[in-house]
Design a protein around this ligand. Structure first.
Ligand code: IPE
Ligand code: IPE
Ligand code: MG
Length: 263
């Protein structure tokens, strides 16, 4: 990336990327971006392909957007890969998605490491195969030493489920006398969530036209800005991602207070 920044020996594509990134005001970039990667099935159906072909194509988009986030110095990227509700889908589709996660870890770990990315999975482990869970732990462990972007993959994740698990953890600690119920404040509660230590979500992006959260990061997105596009996830590009960040940069975030400019 330094080559791109200095413009030294940079290729045309690299220079184009720098021009693209320069569209976003530097001091108004989000720290934590969360993406609901939706529309893989519709993309595939639109091309007369099986839904699974859309998921395979979606992985390519994820790789590009992850690298864009690294280039931009985003602190945390959280993506929604599989919800606690997605088990309702036909078994072959679920199996395909589980295989895709496994393959992603095999094929992309080196690249993530080279980008200094720290990987973390959000969500429940039960329901997933023991082999996959082992692979997820190994990947997290291998990248834990890195000091770059935190890359959260929400897999078998539901916001309500995450909150309930945090409540159970804290209730168990209270029952053992380790904490008093009145000590449970926002900080203690956040530390019990899967996203412990991450800054709150600044921006939620959802592709493919649906205008809902679908049980994603219910606590963490309390004051997030939302950005929706009709583009299906496999067609989503770094250019459109930058459009979202430019839009975010111009939002007025009041957090319940008043805007200093009086607007
Ligand atoms: C998002 O795409 C990926 C997952 C939920 C795993 P979809 O599979 O939901 O695609 P659509 O919404 O049916 O088009
Ligand atoms: C949300 O998409 C989950 C993921 C993107 C992984 P869905 O396609 O499952 O959401 P609904 O069913 O349209 O709300
Ligand atoms: Mg969907």
């Amino acid at each position: 990336m330094w080559k791109k920044i200095l413009g030294l020996g940079a290729s045309k594509e690299e220079k184009d990327l720098v021009a693209l990134y320069d569209r976003i005001p530097k001091d108004r970039r989000p720290r934590h971006v969360a993406i609901i990667m939706d529309g893989n099935g519709r993309w595939a159906e639109g091309q007369g392909l099986l839904r699974t072909a859309g998921h395979a194509q979606g992985v390519k988009t994820l790789e590009r957007i992850m690298e864009t986030c690294v280039d931009l110095g985003i602190e945390v990227l959280t993506v929604y890969a599989f919800s606690t509700e997605n088990w309702k889908r036909p078994r072959p589709e679920v199996d395909f998605l589980m295989n895709l996660f496994s393959e992603y870890l095999d094929k992309k770990i080196e690249k993530m490491d080279a980008n200094h990315v720290r990987l973390r999975f959000l969500g429940r482990e039960d329901g997933m195969s023991g082999m996959l869970v082992q692979k997820m732990h190994a990947a997290e462990g291998r990248l834990a030493k890195n000091d770059g972007m935190i890359f959260n993959i929400a897999a078998n994740y539901g916001g309500q489920d995450e909150i309930l698990r945090a409540v159970q953890t804290l209730a168990a600690r209270a029952a053992k006398g380790e904490i008093a119920p009145e000590d449970i404040d926002e900080k203690v509660f956040e530390a019990a969530l899967d996203t412990a230590d991450d800054p709150p979500v600044d921006l939620v992006i959802r592709t493919s036209g649906d205008l809902r959260l679908s049980n994603f990061l219910l606590w963490q997105a309390a004051y997030a800005e939302f950005w929706f596009t009709k583009t299906n996830w496999p067609d989503f590009t770094p250019e459109e991602f930058v459009d979202a960040l430019v839009d975010f940069a111009h939002r007025k975030r009041r957090f319940g207070g008043l805007d200093p400019s009086g607007k």
